[in-house]
Ligand binder design. Structure first.
Ligand SMILES: C[S@@+](CC[C@H](N)C(=O)[O-])C[C@H]1O[C@@H](n2cnc3c(N)ncnc32)[C@H](O)[C@@H]1O
Ligand code: SF4
Ligand code: SF4
Length: 381
């Protein structure tokens, strides 16, 4: 008779005992999106988050609470901060430091409306100074040339201010790269992107905008995302498949150009990654489904400013980490989270959410590609 010794019990996380399946799911967490604030100084017609903005009753998780939550979580690679306007959260650099200390994050991505140039520069410099070796990516949202951008964003002169922010950060990057070359400072891992939300009101100019901004400013790349969710202006629509195909081609050409300029050695891996994100978006637009199951709820978690947790930012809340005593696993494996995780798998949920799609390809057949891209990201010389 063969005696099979029982598998060793998993060590508990706080007072939560994980079984093997749960432990396997936890170990796949790669990306956390944290809405650090719902305060915003713009009024975008496109915004999918507009109904949550500027709610004076929001009780944000404190830095100490975030630390306690982080201690209940596995290490993960990428923190995406969102909002609201992320830099309007006073403690943003401290929050990033806490995630670095508790979960060993390798990179932080921050989209910004670019309105508060001085504050954005200050936050980025502090994040770089306090977290050597961590990649900081700033995505400047730009939805059109001046007239269209200012109208869609509801802020006069938003266009000029965003360009001013790009220029200020290009200077920061140049100064730090120069210091590194002279042996006077650590290697700066700062990437500057432009993000455009493509819709029926900017489709006729968005490609020209992308060409212009990538020629006039020393950015590292440009990403287009289709309008999604429920924008404030219900007349706004996503592009048609034909329009999006055109935009994809333009984006690939521009990213090819910026990468030849900025990262010639890593160009093939980086372009392959961008191409696969667009392939996924296109699959949703043309066929209404993704070629493989979305990984939200496995490799991706989304945290609201007040501690409510989602598997993906487009799906319902599955629980509240504060009510769960700041235990991530208690909410991650709540009945509602398990039900939604199964629903994503069984219904083959599909969308064009660029960030989520990008991280979905970190799984399965594409994992080697992603690993090569990650390695390339940290070779900036
Ligand atoms: C919600 S914003 C938060 C960060 C910051 N306030 C900003 O605007 O960059 C994050 C990103 O989502 C984009 N976005 C907003 N509404 C969108 C929508 N309905 N579909 C796709 N992207 C959208 C914004 O342009 C921005 O690049
Ligand atoms: S897209 Fe960003 S800047 Fe615009 S309203 Fe939404 S959160 Fe604010
Ligand atoms: S397909 Fe889109 S909406 Fe569905 S779970 Fe994934 S990211 Fe969320």
């Amino acid at each position: 008779m063969t005696v099979v010794s029982p598998a060793p019990a998993s060590p508990p996380i706080g007072d939560f005992q994980l079984d093997d399946r749960q432990r396997a799911i936890m170990s796949r967490l790669k990306v956390v999106t944290m809405f650090v604030t719902n305060v915003c100084n713009a009024r975008c017609e496109t915004c999918f988050y507009w109904m949550h903005l500027n709610d004076p009753d929001t009780n944000n998780l404190t830095v100490d609470e975030i630390r306690q939550l982080g201690l209940s979580m596995p290490d993960f690679d990428h923190l995406l901060v969102s909002g609201g306007e992320p830099v309007m959260r006073k403690e943003l650099p401290e929050i990033v430091r806490v995630w670095r200390e508790t979960c060993n994050i390798k990179s932080v991505d921050m989209p910004t409306n670019g309105l508060l140039t001085k504050r954005i520069v200050e936050v980025v410099e502090q994040m770089l100074d306090e977290n050597p070796g961590m990649m900081v990516t700033v995505g400047h949202s730009l939805d059109g040339f001046k007239e269209t951008h200012d109208r869609l964003r509801g802020v006069p002169n938003n266009f000029e201010k965003t360009i001013q922010t790009i220029e200020a950060l290009v200077e920061v990057r140049q100064r730090r790269e120069e210091a590194f070359r002279r042996g006077k400072g650590p290697q700066p891992f700062l990437r500057l992107l432009v993000l455009a939300c493509v819709n029926n009101q900017n489709i006729d100019e968005i490609e020209r905008l992308a060409e212009w901004v990538s020629d006039a400013h020393d950015i590292d790349g440009m990403m287009f995302e289709c309008l999604r969710g429920e924008p404030k202006d219900p007349e706004l629509l996503p592009p048609t498949p034909e329009q999006f195909d055109r935009v994809i081609q333009t984006s690939m050409r521009i990213n090819d150009k910026t990468m030849r300029r900025r990262f010639p050695e890593q160009r093939p891996e980086r372009l392959a990654y961008i191409r696969s994100v667009y392939r996924l978006q296109r699959s949703h637009i043309t066929k209404g489904k993704l070629p493989s199951t979305c990984q939200a709820g496995h490799n991706l978690a989304v945290l609201e400013p007040d501690g409510r947790l989602r598997l993906c930012e487009l799906l319902d809340v599955v629980g509240d980490v504060r009510e769960a005593g700041l235990s991530f696993p208690k909410v991650w494996f709540s009945e509602e989270a398990e039900r939604q995780r199964n629903w994503i798998r069984d219904c083959r949920c599909s969308c064009t959410h660029c960030v989520n799609l990008g991280h979905s390809i970190r799984e399965g057949a594409q994992i080697n590609l992603q690993r090569r891209i990650d390695e390339a990201m940290f070779r900036l010389t």
